[in-house]
Design a protein around this ligand. Structure first.
Ligand SMILES: Nc1ncnc2c1ncn2[C@@H]1O[C@H](COP(=O)(O)OP(=O)(O)O)[C@@H](O)[C@H]1O
Ligand SMILES: [Mg+2]
Length: 214
């Protein structure tokens, strides 16, 4: 567990990226050195994997999709996250292993009796686990409205954004279930509030967390 490694999770449109940016600025103003990153695709190799996953010509089967996300993660951890943590930075990451659990495992109903997929997730993390995960809880309807506004402002939807409603319901249900199972690590944020109010909740949770070991 890496105390200064903080992940931001939740369905598309719940406000992760918006909050990550505000949070990084706030932490810097508090004197922390901060690194901001995202999955998939925040290394040169990862950018190619991201393209294959989200905008490529071919649709991977569920197993290949999982493994491509994990390949991106291992590269990201070794090349970017571990060095930043070793340099004493707080690392804020937009999506991490909980997204893989929600999208590639729960929503795709990917199970394998013969293979422990959790062990595979551990392998890809290379020992780097978040000390705190913020789950931005927002209804699918509200998230969809925000996404439509975001698309109107010019941001393109990805292959996963365009999945059916049932898929997104399973993703949302999986995040809620993960939070129940791992309530010490995963903290719920009420993401339906205004950007400022959500940021206030994030600051409260982060202040408590970082004060726990400084
Ligand atoms: N609390 C909020 N209230 C209203 N709109 C928001 C809020 N947070 C983010 N948004 C807007 O909703 C859209 C999706 O937010 P974004 O941060 O991109 O979500 P995510 O990264 O989780 O997909 C953006 O257009 C953003 O400006
Ligand atoms: Mg985002």
């Amino acid at each position: 567990m890496n105390h200064r490694f903080i992940t931001f999770e939740g369905i598309d449109g719940c406000g992760k990226t918006t909050q990550l940016q505000c949070t990084a600025a706030w932490l810097k103003s508090q004197g922390y050195e901060v690194s901001v990153t995202r999955e998939p695709g925040d290394t040169p190799l990862g950018a190619e994997i991201r393209h294959l996953l989200l905008a490529g010509e071919h649709v991977p089967v569920a197993e290949a999709e999982l493994l491509l996300f994990l390949a991106d993660r291992a590269q990201h951890v070794r090349e970017y996250i571990q060095p930043a943590l070793a340099a004493g930075q707080v690392v804020l990451c937009d999506r991490y292993t909980d997204s893989t659990r929600a999208y590639q495992m729960a929503a795709r109903r990917l199970v394998d009796e013969a293979c422990d997929l959790e062990a595979l997730l551990d392998f890809a993390e290379c020992g780097v686990r978040p000390g705190l995960t913020l789950w931005f809880d927002l209804s699918l309807d509200e998230a969809l409205q925000r996404m439509q506004r975001r698309e109107a402002a010019g941001e393109q939807a990805t292959r996963l954004d365009q999945e059916r409603q049932g898929f997104h319901q399973r993703v949302a249900g999986a995040f809620a279930e993960l939070q129940r199972q791992q309530s010490q690590r995963i903290r719920r944020v009420d993401a339906a509030a205004s950007i400022e109010e959500v940021q206030q909740q994030v600051r409260t949770l982060l202040s408590l967390h970082l004060a726990g070991r400084t």
